[in-house]
Design a protein. Structure first.
Length: 231
């Protein structure tokens, strides 16, 4: 006679292969998402299953599961009989994304006073990277620094779940940056705002930082929506 626990464990063992494959697929999805955040994968780009499978040394089934996960996150799109492509966000995505960012990051800046020192340093480092990259006229890296800045702002809260959600949101935003083109023309107006937000926080002026962040989002949303609608 077997116990309920034995039955449960036996059923779990039978599904171990699916669990292993799912875990690997999540790791592959993480790598591809990071490539989007870093600006290495661009909207409209087709993903070659064989090339990716060979590089990552994973099966086609695992890779397809990773694609499914990223499709659910609206980073990829499957076109029937053509393949898998990196998705191009439209202006409706931007409105929704910025609604979420206002809530998350607008609240996150309030955690600065009690945030860990390494979390504060991450915000400082992101601003520093952006300024240094602008001086070198490397505006693609300025875009990466911008993503890191907003990730660091969210990380002030100290919530792993929130960090993971923000990574997904910012990956979509990074794709929108690519669609806009001309990284210097887009980022040059927002780099000073990142520095201004940090300056407010360093002085303990959290309310002003929150207000500057709100203005930042209003301007960025309008900029992206106008650009993506072709106005």
């Amino acid at each position: 006679m077997t116990s309920v626990d034995d039955d449960w464990l036996r059923a779990l063992a039978e599904e171990r292969g699916d669990i292993d494959r799912s875990s690997t697929a999540e790791r592959v999805a993480d790598k591809l998402r990071t490539s989007v955040l870093d600006g290495d994968i661009k909207p409209g780009q087709q993903l070659n299953e064989k090339a990716l499978g060979d590089v990552l040394r994973v099966s086609r089934n695992t890779l397809r599961e990773a694609f499914r996960l990223l499709t659910h996150e609206r980073l990829l799109v499957h076109e029937y009989s053509k393949g898998v492509f990196v998705r191009k966000p439209d202006w409706r995505d931007i409105v929704d994304l910025y609604a979420a960012r206002r809530v998350v990051e607008g609240g996150a800046v309030r955690y600065w006073p009690q945030a860990a020192d390494d979390a504060k340093d991450a915000v400082r480092d992101a601003v520093g990277l952006g300024l240094a990259s602008a001086e070198q006229n490397d505006w693609v890296t300025v875009g990466t620094a911008n993503v890191k800045f907003h990730q660091a702002i969210t990380a002030l809260v100290g919530s792993r779940r929130l960090d993971e959600e923000m990574q997904r949101l910012l990956a979509e935003v990074r794709l929108a940056f690519h669609v806009m083109g001309d990284p210097k023309g887009f980022h040059k107006d927002y780099l000073p705002l990142n520095r201004e937000i940090l300056g407010h926080l360093e002085r303990g002026a959290v309310r002003q930082a929150e207000e500057t962040m709100a203005d930042y989002f209003d301007r960025a949303e309008k900029h992206l929506v106008t650009g993506l609608r072709g106005e």
